[in-house]
Design a protein around this ligand. Structure first.
Ligand code: UT7
Length: 314
């Protein structure tokens, strides 16, 4: 017991659209190659929008949709690795923008593309001891800031955006039972920190792809096992949007019918820590996540990290 459920969601995307055709004028690539290998047709790229502005906008919508006000929030977490500043954290900027109470626990979490799963688990732990029972869990990344725009193997993959979930904690609710892990690896996906000679993101795509094909089923199996359920008992599967082929292979393996999972990578690319909450907010808007929906969330990414959880709506 001692668990959280999602009560409201929101998202904020930069206005500027960068299509595969646009990219094919910058590097040696094509819409056919990108769409065929990844499912991506376009992505959003931040222009005037700031990281903290997108976080705040997504969080405000999530609170509104949850019927909550900022003074009810006790924990505010931002999963990210591309915040405007290392100090203050993005979460501190959300505290200021929304006017969250001064005793709100605010911190950023870097688990790369798995960040939202890590943040949900952390929120569940922190809310058990927080002054108020509601929390904000935000995923936001502006990978356009760390992309080498001359590297065709990475610049076609990522997009910018933010998604947020307003969560509620109750002692009588079951835990989301998150399974999280890491295999310290600093070569497959790497982005050096400030002060390093080269601060661009680099990736060994095929190796990450292979890792994802193992990590996704591993997470699904562990989550199902932990909750004593089968894949048929899950109402909706929400996958990190890294590559449509990875998602389709998982759906095939678990015989997940098309109405129980969704991809939006076509429009946004891989938005890293934001991909799961952006998708959640779209699904909620379409009325696909009524109260009582049980979703199995799965993420994976740099680190290498992975995570899964069974999350309900209320
Ligand atoms: O969020 C978690 C982190 N990321 C991921 O999950 C990404 C996982 N990896 C992938 O999705 C795939 O590995 C990619 C989409 C990145 C690449 O697809 P791939 O099928 O693994 O391609 P590849 O890296 O094996 O490259 C195949 C060929 C190479 O040419 P040669 O050596 O066969 O002549 C590349 O140089 O495709 C070439 N290539 C491109 N061609 C056109 C690489 N990028 C491009 C490009 N356009 N953008």
């Amino acid at each position: 017991m001692n668990g959280i459920k999602i009560r409201g969601t929101g998202r904020a995307l930069p206005a500027q659209v960068l299509t595969n055709e646009d990219l094919s004028r910058r590097v040696d690539t094509s819409d056919e190659w990108i769409a065929g290998r990844t499912g991506i047709r376009e992505r959003r790229i931040a222009g005037t929008e700031s990281h903290s502005g997108l976080c705040a906008a997504a969080a405000r919508t999530a609170l509104d949709r949850a019927g909550l006000t900022p003074d009810q929030v006790g924990v505010c977490l931002v999963a990210t690795m591309t915040a405007d500043t290392l100090i203050p954290s993005a979460a501190c900027m959300v505290q200021r923008a929304l006017g969250l109470p001064y005793d709100t626990v605010c911190l950023d979490i870097n688990a790369a593309c798995t960040g939202f799963l890590y943040a949900l688990h952390t929120a569940e732990c922190l809310l058990a001891a927080a002054p108020r029972r509601f929390g904000l869990v935000i995923g936001c990344d502006l990978f356009s800031r760390v992309i080498d725009w001359t590297d065709r193997s990475t610049c076609i993959l990522f997009g910018d955006g933010a998604g947020a979930a307003a969560v509620e904690h109750r002692a009588e609710w079951p835990s989301i039972g998150a399974v999280l892990g890491c295999a310290g690896n600093d070569t497959y996906l790497r982005c050096p920190g400030p002060g390093q000679p080269d601060t661009y993101l680099t990736m060994e795509g095929q190796k990450v792809f292979k890792f994802a094909l193992e990590a996704v089923p591993w997470c699904i199996d562990r989550v199902l096992e932990r909750h004593g359920i089968t894949a048929e008992d899950v109402d909706f599967f929400v996958f990190h949007q890294a590559n449509a082929r990875i998602i389709d292979l998982a759906a095939k393996k678990y015989h997940i019918p098309p109405e129980k999972y969704r991809t939006n990578i076509r429009r946004y690319g891989n938005t890293s820590a934001a991909s799961i909450p952006i998708l959640l907010s779209e699904l909620a808007e379409e009325g696909k996540l009524p109260a009582g929906t049980r979703m199995l969330l799965v993420g994976f990414g740099g680190g290498l990290t992975w995570g899964g959880a069974l999350v309900g709506t209320c």
